[in-house]
Design a protein around this ligand. Structure first.
Ligand code: NAP
Length: 454
């Protein structure tokens, strides 16, 4: 058992192990839990009640989570004098899977954000956010049920890498001088500057994870979302590396959208020459193809053409601005997104807004095995300890966690119970204020109704 400075793991649980490239989950896994600041205290209580009841119902006492309360944020300060104690990082590393409520980043504490720090220290390189509709939840769009996507957002690079210099500092001057003098750029002297690193390594492992998810869940497509028309060597490279993954490591299950265009045409009109195909494709609305591009796609016919084509995952790309329009107008055409850090941040909130907002938006930060599940909203301090807010985000993050453990039955029970509770119109204030004839319940009241409906 690892040695901790100020916390003791539960004696009645076992650690999750990684064996032969897979998680081995015991029947009583030790799961570190960060309650969180502000409304974290309200939602963590309600969510734990739901998780424990669902596991008990699903497995009749054979399985149970051995919770291990660890500290971060405001709650850690009186114990450690530090918002991000080593004990907490060590516990998550040791026990592999953990869950957290929202955290306040102490002002002037030298940390940009605790959440970003967790992701970087533990190399939790994919921020995974599923977005789906629960019937009855108020939505600003006409067909919210068409939204059912999962976003894989790169979590360690891009502008979040934190390389930024304040206007007027020596550091900013050095960078600006280097760019202006050595690189012949034209940066205004009074600028603040930031760096946006996007690497092949970071992109490829993220895109692989997204494609792996599409394979495991039999989803039809993975969309790379980028702004490569402007940022060619960062976001454009993200797109190119994403396609490279689809064409190399993940070749067997994947077809790119443009390869799909050629192979689909070939199966519909097998007698066309390459030149006739090029003409037909442009008439069908595709950007012009070169002869070499068509020939390369036809080279895949044996493995990816004809009847095979139907079962392949289509890897496509969309420019970020157009993506925001598409997700509003044609959400059903998208299943899995792989995005650089900033695009994913924007896109996940925009998608969540279409199906009920942040109160119902779950998320997880996942590395190669380690996973930290979390409510995606903040600490909403004005509602703290009032037992008022919606615990849905954290409960659904717990659903993701149960699925990650392979405890699908407990996860499914919670989802069905949430659906039923919303259909019965027992909802917290955030949903009640937009619904006709709903009964407003407290945070714990919502949790209790879900438990009744398990
Ligand atoms: P916030 O805490 O997410 O709250 C903004 C608003 O969102 C709330 O006033 C409320 O809207 C609504 N909301 C959030 N959670 C809700 C829930 N569970 N149920 C119902 N409504 C909910 O954002 P913030 O006020 O900008 O940030 C506050 C603090 O949280 C900051 O210190 C920030 O750094 C931190 N933060 C932490 C995380 C994290 O730990 N993952 C993420 C974001 C922000 P109404 O007022 O309309 O009811």
């Amino acid at each position: 058992m690892p040695a901790f400075e100020k916390i003791t793991p539960p004696s009645d649980g076992e650690p999750i192990a990684i064996e032969k490239g897979k998680l081995r989950v015991p029947n009583q896994p030790i799961i570190p839990r960060i309650i969180g600041d502000g409304i974290g205290r309200d939602i963590s209580k309600a969510a734990k009640m739901v998780f424990d009841a669902a596991v008990e119902k699903a497995y009749g006492g054979e399985r149970r989570i051995a919770w291990f309360d660890v500290h971060a944020g405001e709650a850690a300060m009186p114990v450690y004098g530090n918002a991000l104690p080593e004990d907490t990082v060590k516990a998550i590393r040791e026990y592999v899977v953990a869950i957290k409520g929202p955290l306040t980043t102490p002002i002037g504490g030298g940390i940009r954000s605790l959440n970003v720090a967790f992701r970087q220290i533990l190399d939790l390189y994919a921020c995974v956010r599923p977005v789906r509709y629960f019937e009855g939840v108020p939505s600003p769009v006409k067909r919210p049920e068409q939204m059912n996507v999962i976003i894989f957002r790169e979590n360690t690079e891009d502008v979040y890498a934190g390389i930024e210099y304040r206007q007027g500092t020596l550091e900013a001057k050095k960078v600006i001088d280097f760019l202006n003098i050595d690189m012949k750029a034209k940066i205004r002297e009074d600028s603040g500057v930031g760096i946006k690193p996007i690497s092949g390594f970071g992109t490829k492992r993220l895109v692989k994870k997204a494609i792996r998810h599409a394979i495991d869940h039999k989803l039809p497509s993975v969309t790379l979302v980028h702004k490569g028309n402007i940022m060619k060597f960062t976001e454009g490279a993200f797109r190119d590396w994403g396609y490279e993954v689809a064409r190399t490591d993940m070749r067997a299950p994947c077809v790119t959208e443009r390869e799909w265009g050629v192979l689909d045409l070939k199966s519909r009109k097998p007698k066309l020459s390459v030149e006739e195909m090029a003409k037909d494709l442009v008439e069908g609305g595709w950007e012009p193809y070169t002869k070499e591009e068509i020939e390369a796609a036809l080279g895949l016919e044996k493995t990816h053409g004809g009847a095979e084509l139907k079962g392949k995952i289509i890897v496509k790309d969309r420019i970020a601005d157009s993506m925001f329009q598409q997700i509003l107008l044609r959400p059903s055409e998208y299943a899995v997104f792989a995005t650089p850090n900033l695009n994913g941040d924007y896109l996940s909130d925009a998608c969540a807004a279409q199906v009920g907002g942040l109160g119902m938006a779950p998320g997880a930060n996942i590395g190669d095995f380690m996973a930290l599940f979390e409510a995606t909203h903040g600490t909403a301090p004005k509602y703290a300890d009032l037992d008022r807010v919606n615990p849905g985000s954290l409960i659904l993050s717990g659903v993701m966690m149960l699925e990650y453990l392979g405890w699908q039955e407990a996860a499914d029970r919670i989802v069905k119970a949430i659906e039923k509770t919303i259909q019965q119109k027992f909802v917290t204030y955030d949903l009640e204020r937009q619904m006709q004839g709903a009964t407003k319940v407290s945070c714990s009241g919502f949790g209790k109704k879900i438990v009744e409906n398990l």
